[in-house]
Design a protein around this ligand. Sequence first.
Ligand SMILES: Nc1nc2c(ncn2[C@@H]2O[C@H](COP(=O)(O)OP(=O)(O)OP(=O)(O)O)[C@@H](O)[C@H]2O)c(=O)[nH]1
Ligand SMILES: [Mg+2]
Length: 394
Amino acid sequence: MLDSSSGNAPDTHAAVDSAVLVSLDLNDSDSAENLEELRQLAASDRLAISAVVLGKRLRPDPATFAGSGKVDEIMGAVEQTGASLVIFNHDLSPAQQRNLEQRLRRRVIDRTSLILDIFAQRAKSHEGKLQVELAQLEHLATRLVRGWTHLERQKGGIGLRGPGETQLETDRRLLGKRVKVLKEKLAKFERQRALQRRARRRAQVMSVSLVGYTNAGKSTLFNRLTRGHTYVADQLFATLDATTRKLFIADRGPLVLSDTVGFIRDLPHTLVAAFRATLEETVQADLLLHVVDTSSSNRSEQIDEVNKVLKEIGADRIPQILVLNKTDLVDLPASSPGYQRDEYGRIVQVRLSAKTGEGLEFINLALSEALGERAALREPDNQSEAQDITSGYH
Ligand SMILES: Nc1nc2c(ncn2[C@@H]2O[C@H](COP(=O)(O)OP(=O)(O)OP(=O)(O)O)[C@@H](O)[C@H]2O)c(=O)[nH]1
Ligand SMILES: [Mg+2]
């Protein structure tokens, strides 16, 4: 393994207990909500927030992102509270991060590193751990490459170039090797999953995936529907490993339900890539239950964000049922319907509370109808399969 102190690898900073959050308004309207999300991310990483430094900038300062005066203010907050970590609610360039660490004499991390850190703590399965390690290394790799360019520009800088270059080359070589090993291992898992999926498809079992913004209540609903014991917590990214269970819908037979990792605004690309195999479960599903935290003031942005990621992974054409969850937390007019149908009569939206179980009958009805529709469609499907076999295609 690479020594993480030589790069910017996020590690599990178990010893760190308090952090200063820095969030600057760069003219984006939703900065208050973004700050709230950063707080939740920090809390999910078991960090105590000792101070929050806010500010406004037209554009980021190239050297320190925050600008010199603001860095002094951050320093003041750090010294006053004894915080050992500074978290920026923005993506920092390696140079900005280095400059800030030099001036603040504290570890400085950005939002992506924080998310990666949470993932590292949460991964439980062997596959999940490999995926997180891959994401971390790939994140580190982009920074090593950029770090390299940065040093290159300082050609002739006394004592900097020689050893730095050798170290970087070694790091990059080791890193490349490890990335290759991880990808090979993950490919094995992927093949296993593909086999399982093929077996399911042969058995003609419908597969349904829960998707949604992190903390929307996917695992709670999964447990309700399967009576399982999936980890539920008021944390962002409580679930990392895909869990799949068979579920029987009265009179209609079985379906396979998967609970997966939640999505978030600006999900780091390295993560999406590393979690491709897990997300594959979503991509291959016959139906998506898109779970929404109805009590969140950000719900429409969160719905858009989830749809954006679904598009990115090629799952945007899979039929969706919008599950408006946490209805126990919102005041709904007594007359508001439990579900809505589209022009073809399919249920496309249900309201429920996964926590209290209120409205669960609507999702059961929707699943039952989806199974019924699928059974009705099976007939011609079987015929064409039979023709394929007789004509030699398979
Ligand atoms: N009041 C209320 N709380 C709910 C409901 N559903 C889930 N929760 C709570 O919301 C929090 C998140 O629930 P999870 O089921 O872990 O959410 P998730 O979507 O699986 O989250 P990640 O795995 O982190 O993406 C927990 O504290 C749940 O108890 C609901 O219907 N009503
Ligand atoms: Mg979950």
